[in-house]
Design a protein around this ligand. Structure first.
Ligand SMILES: *Cc1c(COP(=O)(O)O)cnc(C)c1O
Length: 385
């Protein structure tokens, strides 16, 4: 039996008439860009995340760029983030004019290690009239960008307390964490801004691209509203912005899907419980470690395994969908050679990138499919005892 890594059709089938009526309405009204559905979605999304505001834009990547600019990252500023994430986290830093500085992760949660952040700031930084600067180079620290990877939030109690002490803005990359919580507080409601992606494979996916920034700071919200439309209001421009709006039709689809999101989270969390107990006896496999303060939405279900590449091939040969998120940590990407990192600089991220494999977790998986995934993994290691 083949088991797909993700089958979005199964999620859409029960709501297909609602989605069709969104499409029909767009066709009849010819309202294609922003519009009342986007404004309603912004309200509903802010409410869902427990923030004052939410501002729609064209993608999660754009949400990150807009948020970094809006919290006042200036050209040449350092942004501290993780190397173990989707490329867009660091790509957005560069596109916003910043320089990524990568700090290593915790080996269990895969998220940035707060102790390394506070250590790095203490060792390298001083508070000056220009803000926090790197003592060695004079470069400003523009922001800290924690990434809530695979649906589990970063330890935001620690990150916020460090960043409040230093007065450094925080931009959460919550693209994989819509609805996730840390200490019972939602992703996107901790930092100065939170960034979300509606890429179709995310837990809340559009039928195309889309993104959102959450914030409870009205000035940041206003700046993003201006930046997403050429940095102006009407035809008066104070700065040069972008064309990064959310389509009305995507906003309509997302409004339909948002009402089902909590239910879909339940399905993923149930599957995670199944794997956790079914894989317990397989000693070559570690299931995800979820910290006690975290409520994960399992955007991915990522195992740490021995003989990763052989397992990957074996699962594929047996029709079990799987993928490696992420095979090359960002500090070792060709495009970041100029930052001067070498192999060995961030050992936990480097080690983890050779051990991880993500398996199907979407909520509509059947019990037979879950069993098939587990049995195929067991069969692989049984041959290799
Ligand atoms: C998906 C994702 C993004 C980018 O979102 P897009 O909507 O694809 O631009 C950024 N960061 C992380 C961690 C992501 O998973």
């Amino acid at each position: 039996m083949a088991v797909p890594l993700l089958d979005i059709n199964r999620q859409h089938r029960p709501i297909i008439e609602d989605l069709r009526s969104v499409f029909n309405k767009a066709l009849e009204t010819s309202r294609f860009i922003k519009g009342p559905d986007m404004e309603q979605l912004e309200k509903e999304f802010a409410e869902y995340c427990n923030t004052e505001k939410a501002v729609g834009c064209a993608s999660g990547t754009d949400a990150l760029i807009l948020a970094l600019m809006a919290v006042a990252v200036r050209p040449g500023d350092i942004v501290l983030t993780t190397p173990f994430t989707f490329f867009a986290s660091a790509g957005a830093v560069v596109r916003a004019g910043g320089i990524p500085v990568f700090l290593d992760i915790l080996p269990d949660s895969f998220n940035i290690d707060p102790d390394l952040l506070s250590g790095w700031l203490t060792d390298n930084c001083a508070v000056t009239s220009r803000g926090v600067v790197d003592k060695n180079t004079g470069t400003r620290i523009g922001a800290v960008m924690p990434v809530h990877l695979f649906g589990q939030m970063v330890d935001m109690d620690s990150i916020m307390s460090i960043c409040k002490d230093w007065r450094i803005p925080v931009v959460e990359d919550a693209c994989q964490a819509v609805g996730a919580k840390w200490s019972n507080k939602k992703a996107g409601s901790w930092g100065d801004a939170g960034c979300f992606s509606f890429f179709p494979s995310k837990n809340l996916g559009a039928l195309g691209d889309g993104g959102m920034v959450t914030t409870s700071n009205p000035e940041i919200a206003d700046r993003i509203i201006s930046l997403r439309e050429h940095g102006g209001r009407g035809y008066i421009h104070e700065e040069v912005g972008f064309n990064s709006r959310l389509d009305a039709i995507q906003a309509g689809f997302l409004r339909v899907k948002l009402t089902h999101l909590e239910n879909w989270h339940k399905g993923r969390r149930k599957n995670a419980r199944f794997y956790r107990s079914a894989l317990r006896e397989v000693k070559q496999v570690s299931t995800p470690v979820i910290k006690k303060e975290a409520w994960s939405i399992y955007n991915q279900y990522t195992l740490k395994v021995s003989q990763r590449d052989d397992l990957l091939n074996f699962l594929r040969e047996h029709g079990v969908g799987c993928a490696v998120y992420y095979p090359v940590p960002l500090h070792l990407q060709k495009c970041f050679e100029c930052l001067g990192y070498e192999e060995g600089d961030l050992p936990v991220s480097e080690a983890v990138s050779k051990e991880v494999i993500s398996i199907p977790i979407f909520g509509e998986l059947t019990e037979d499919e879950l069993i098939e995934v587990v049995e195929t993994i067991k069969a692989f290691y049984a041959k290799r005892e």
